[in-house]
Design a protein around this ligand. Sequence first.
Ligand code: ADE
Length: 257
Amino acid sequence: MKLTIMTLFKETIDAMLECSIVGRARKNNCISIESVDIRAFSNNKHLQVDDYPYGGGAGMLMMAQPIYDCYQFIKERSSAQTMRVIYVTPQGKVWNQAMAEEFSKEEELVILCGHYEGVDQRVIDEIVTDEISIGDYVLTGGELAALVMTDSIVRLIPGVLGKKESFEEESFSDGLLEYPQYTRPAVFRDRKVPDVLLSGNHQKIEAYRREQSIINTFHKRPELLREAHLNERERHFINEYFYEDTKKYCKKEQDML
Ligand code: ADE
């Protein structure tokens, strides 16, 4: 996969891209990630990239021309059949693990980071295929959002995580939160590791972990259970053991899991 981030703050992006698992993935050529400075495409002699909004109002807007020319530059050197262009904005669809999985399968992605009070709508209409938000709050620019997306996409690309860092059993992988985990010592401040985890019985351990995942999800994020991949027996388990609690979360009886 190739991922290009269009930004006015290239140094911020580059500093983060060198770190940790993302940095290692780039070095190992599992993925190509690059940032491009939008300002370099300004055709203004002062390298201006923002201007006042027509109709008045607070703040400045990013101009269409430098962004469009930056996009053309990226497109011209691309050999991909399709190239999704993501604008990170609080108005976008809220990012989640399923979306990270979907985007991780793309051949080439471009992320546009906005700044100031926003971006001229015409360039959004011209080049953007997806608008993504990382949550219902407003950041000063799109860089942090672009990095959050990048991190969650990159780690899903085959070969990026080692076996030890595998994501197959982590939170959200089945629409459920992860089960609690323990390491040595077996007793810490009178708190014992559950016996089953010391039993060596892998079938029992697997069943116990699955049950703990469901219970954890029920208590912390019950709304996830609607979409989670549960079998009949597991749905029955929830209704049996959490019936009273479940009622609180469901307005009508037929809404039950
Ligand atoms: N830019 C500013 N706030 C944002 C948010 N919440 N998500 C994505 N991009 C943003």
